[in-house]
Design a protein around this ligand. Structure first.
Ligand SMILES: COCc1ccccc1-c1cc(O)c2[nH]cnc(=O)c2c1
Ligand SMILES: [Mg+2]
Length: 214
């Protein structure tokens, strides 16, 4: 097929964003997806909550699960200090190709590394592959059935430290019942739900913030 939704989003960003201006990239994607065609970016309402959590955490190391077109990758990356690092994992190579171009256009290549593959395969390799000591922030925004197994894997690979923040998108819509049940009942986390709206729509959704207690 000639174009795909991610390709149409990239074309719109190339036309309307200012190269090197991450904010203009975020605004261009929101303009396109609110006016032309819906896409599963975290969006601006939940994005403002994401911004606040990122700023309060002020992380040196961030892991994003689920890149899609790179909207939240850029949204997070624009708030990071120059020496901070964000690793984002995307399993769809076509999406990864588009996201790489959107991240480059935002001028964030120096802070962001994209890995293409399954999170379950790549998480165990993070420690040695990227000399990842531990993660300060994890943004879960990929397939909902992977939230819990990937969280268990992060625990077991020693990538979480006392105070690591897990922030999960879509805990209401489409919903992540197993993940919520685990994280809210575990004595190893302190969780808080931030109600919001599904991106570009009036449907309820929200973010679950969970602090690892060690
Ligand atoms: C493909 O379903 C799209 C959809 C349809 C209806 C409601 C929600 C969603 C949705 C919203 C999101 O923010 C998402 N974030 C990450 N991975 C997703 O699969 C995802 C799905
Ligand atoms: Mg999402």
């Amino acid at each position: 097929t000639r174009t795909s939704k991610p390709k149409r989003i990239l074309a719109y960003v190339e036309k309307h964003a200012v190269p090197g201006d991450a904010e203009s990239v975020v605004n261009a994607i929101d303009a396109y997806c609110s006016r032309v065609e819906w896409a599963m970016n975290v969006g601006s309402d939940k994005g403002k909550i994401l911004d606040r959590v990122v700023s309060e955490t002020d992380p040196d190391t961030v892991l994003e699960l689920g890149t899609y077109c790179g909207y939240s990758t850029v949204r997070i990356g624009r708030l990071l200090r120059p020496e901070a690092r964000l690793v984002t994992i995307e399993m769809n190579p076509d999406n990864a190709k588009i996201a790489k171009q959107i991240i480059a256009l935002a001028g964030l290549n120096s802070k962001i590394e994209m890995l293409v593959g399954s999170s379950s395969d790549l998480i165990p390799q993070l420690k040695k592959k990227l000399d990842m000591k531990t993660l300060d922030l994890v943004f879960l925004d990929h397939w909902k059935i992977f939230y819990l197994p990937d969280t268990r894997c992060l625990e077991e690979t020693g990538l979480l430290h006392k105070g690591t923040v897990l922030l999960a998108d879509n805990v209401v819509c489409p919903g992540t019942p197993e993940y919520l049940k685990y994280i809210r009942n575990s004595s190893r986390y302190r969780s808080e739900y931030f109600p919001s709206r599904l991106e570009y729509l009036q449907v309820e959704d929200g973010l679950e913030k969970s602090v690892f207690l060690g």
